[in-house]
Ligand binder design. Structure first.
Ligand code: PHE
Length: 367
């Protein structure tokens, strides 16, 4: 039952004290039960409203109706009560701790928890890191360069002259609206990581041993083994007395580190404008061990990367900024491999598109 102001018939000191005590207790109880702003306002109005608030009622019922001889005593009591009630009302807070507010915060420990899945490396990132670490152990450091590249770094400085047909082998995605610029400044999406060879040599004199992981783009229609966006890892070693034998030994070691010690490598003549001589590297088929199967088209070999000795023309471009790249004094080799292609071989994946489709059922298998 909510508190209501009683009429007083007995104005003795004891009766006044009892009535005042009951009123104060009721006010305390109600103050503790305030949980919201609306409740606080209702509580305030109920006690302090000038028109018909409890204090006004007390004034009317207890003071005005008091017999003359009790008026003084009643007045003192009522004033004191008013002060204390006002204090209580002013002190009441929404947070006014009560058992109910604790109950609202109670946690049901029998409910299932919130699952926060831990992320994992994407298989392409995982393979990239693995390849990079094979070369880091050989003393190579990591270099990187921009994905949006100039014609100069992507082609010209790599000995692809303007209009040279070798440019056609790298179906290039050009940035639109560059026609007003000189050709060498026009922007494109780099078609390989090789431009970072030049960028790094311009910054650092020889000797140099770097690997360059990165994203590249080609205007290829997507199919099981082609994606317009993919990743490469480039290698470059420049020093005095670097030979084709060093290149063969380095790549043979790297392939064994990546695919197991029984894997064999072989080198075929090839062509890249920025290497001379150039070679394509094949590894013995990791699926059939070289006996011949569907994957290696019964040849026992799988082609995996391109490489060669750095062409003196490339050193001439680098020497414009770093005279140390003098092909009479130094030599170097370079190689480039596709990360997805190696990941597909290592994990037996048949569609390059699976890497980028974002299907968790596929990606979770590499976690
Ligand atoms: N950049 C070449 C490509 O993408 C690969 C390559 C790199 C070949 C370095 C030789 C040396 O086809």
């Amino acid at each position: 039952m909510p508190y209501t102001v009683p009429k007083l018939t007995d104005y003795s000191e004891a009766a006044l004290a009892l009535a005042a005590g009951e009123c104060l207790d009721a006010c305390k109880l109600e103050a503790d039960a305030v949980h919201t702003e609306t409740e606080l306002k209702t509580f305030r109005d109920r006690w302090l409203a000038r028109k018909n608030g409890i204090l006004t009622q007390i004034n009317d019922l207890w003071l005005k109706g008091a017999p003359k001889e009790a008026k003084r005593e009643a007045g003192i009591r009522v004033n004191e009560l008013k002060m204390r009630v006002t204090e209580l009302v002013d002190g009441a807070r929404v947070s006014g701790a009560s058992d109910d507010s604790l109950a609202a915060q109670r946690v049901d420990i029998s409910l299932p928890g919130v699952r926060r899945p831990i992320g994992a490396e994407h298989p392409v990132v995982k393979t990239r890191n693995e390849i990079v670490s094979v070369f880091q152990k050989l003393g190579y450091s990591v270099a990187e360069g921009p994905v949006v590249e100039t014609d100069y770094y992507n082609f010209e400085a790599l000995n692809f002259p303007p209009n040279h047909p070798a440019r056609d082998t790298q179906d290039t995605l050009f940035i639109a609206g560059q026609q007003s610029k000189p050709q060498r400044e026009r922007l494109l999406l780099r078609t390989h990581t090789s431009p970072v060879q030049i960028r790094t040599m311009e910054k650092m004199p020889p000797p140099i041993r770097i690997v360059i992981p990165g994203t590249v783009h080609r205007n290829d229609p997507p199919d099981a083994s082609h994606s317009p966006m993919f990743h490469q890892i480039e290698g470059l070693a420049v020093d005095t007395n670097i030979t084709f034998g060093d290149l063969k030994g380095t790549l043979d070691h790297a392939m064994k580190a990546l695919f197991g010690p029984t894997v064999k490598t072989r080198f075929f003549p090839s062509f890249f404008p920025f290497t001379e001589p150039s070679a394509d590297v094949q590894i013995s088929c990791i699926f059939c061990g070289g006996k011949g199967c569907r994957k290696c088209k019964d040849s026992g070999w799988i082609e995996l990367l391109g490489c060669g000795m750095v062409d003196p023309a490339v050193f001439r471009f680098a020497a414009e900024k770093q005279p140390g790249y003098d092909s009479k004094k130094i030599a170097g080799f370079a190689f480039g491999m596709g990360v997805e292609r190696i990941a597909m071989m290592k994990y037996g994946i048949s569609e390059i598109g699976s890497f980028f489709a974002g299907d968790m059922r596929f990606l979770e298998q590499f976690a």
